[in-house]
Design a binder for this molecule. Structure first.
Ligand SMILES: NC(=O)c1ccc[n+]([C@@H]2O[C@H](COP(=O)([O-])OP(=O)(O)OC[C@H]3O[C@@H](n4cnc5c(N)ncnc54)[C@H](O)[C@@H]3O)[C@@H](O)[C@H]2O)c1
Length: 269
């Protein structure tokens, strides 16, 4: 059976919650992990407890993301797995009229730019080492509406869209890309008061180590472009998206969009 033994992984948002649980799981399965987080002291102490290295950095800054991958290269000798997990919510400030420009930029910067910069660096690093696996943390809010925090939902839909659309391009490079779509996980992001409220309402929460298992499954499964849903009491499952209505023009019923870029590249001449 395939395992993580000897694999080299970078995990963002690794100082807390899902990222920390996944770092622990990866290490217990024999991987070498570089833990990255914006919270310098928390990530340093988390890594020390695991006997691993850490780097402090902000995923919304392309140069800092480049620095994370450069450190993975120098301290791990390369990278086989990139788990792009860092993320934030708007929390109590989700009323659309009270979302300031700064707050909007902050959540887009962390949840969308952070994944994009991470994917770009990961592809470049993995191309040199013959392939690898990229996993991003999206959310159930990335495949369904989430009225509690619509801007968060926007960012997670972006992650799901990127993962599904990019997968075919990366197949030739032997890189898989998937995302994890958890329901509500009991982490500091949710907060103690909200977690307590949900429990009292009888709503089941997921523990972060369940998400870590799903990340391992996504890495080892070998499939790509999948959104892995993780809900309490279920095994992680690859979400089945419904097809969208295609054209209904005679001769082109249900036709798939051809890659029109090949014409401008002169590939069809
Ligand atoms: N907790 C949930 O219910 C839930 C559900 C679905 C998806 N998620 C997603 O899971 C991921 C992890 O969340 P969590 O619940 O473990 O939260 P968490 O708050 O426990 O951990 C998030 C970590 O990301 C770090 N971080 C935040 N901004 C950063 C940045 N700009 N650069 C680098 N690190 C940064 C934080 O310091 C923190 O250590 C997020 O992407 C989140 O959106 C969480």
């Amino acid at each position: 059976m395939e395992t993580l033994t000897g694999r080299r992984a970078l995990i963002t948002g690794a100082a807390s919650g899902i990222g920390l649980a996944t770092a622990k799981k990866f290490v217990s399965e024999g991987a070498q992990v570089l833990l990255a987080d914006i919270d310098a002291s928390a990530v340093e102490s988390a890594a020390a407890k695991l006997g691993m290295e850490s780097i402090a950095g902000d995923v919304s800054d392309p140069e800092q993301v480049r620095g994370m991958f450069a450190q993975a290269d120098s301290s791990l000798g390369g990278i086989d797995i990139a788990y792009l997990n860092a993320g934030i919510t708007l929390g109590e400030q989700s009323d659309i009229e009270s979302v300031s420009n700064d707050l909007y930029r902050k959540i887009i910067g962390t949840n969308v730019d952070g994944v994009f910069f991470g994917v770009r660096e990961a592809v470049s690093a993995m191309r040199n080492s013959g392939g690898g696996s990229i996993v991003a943390t999206a959310s159930i809010a990335g495949i369904t509406s989430y009225p509690i925090d619509p801007v968060y939902s926007l960012t997670k839909h972006a992650v799901v869209g990127l993962v599904r659309s990019l997968a075919p391009q990366l197949e030739g490079k032997k890189i898989t890309i998937n995302c994890i779509c958890p329901g509500v996980v009991e982490t500091p992001m949710v907060g103690e008061a909200a977690a307590q409220f949900l429990k009292e309402s009888g709503f089941p929460l997921i523990q972060p180590d369940e998400i870590a298992k799903a990340v391992v499954a996504a890495v080892l499964d070998g499939s790509t472009g999948q959104a892995w849903v993780v809900q309490p009491g279920r095994e992680p499952l690859k979400y089945k998206f419904r097809g969208v209505p295609g054209p209904r023009v005679p001769g082109a019923e249900g036709m798939m969009l051809p890659d029109f870029r090949s014409r401008s590249r002169g590939e069809d001449s």
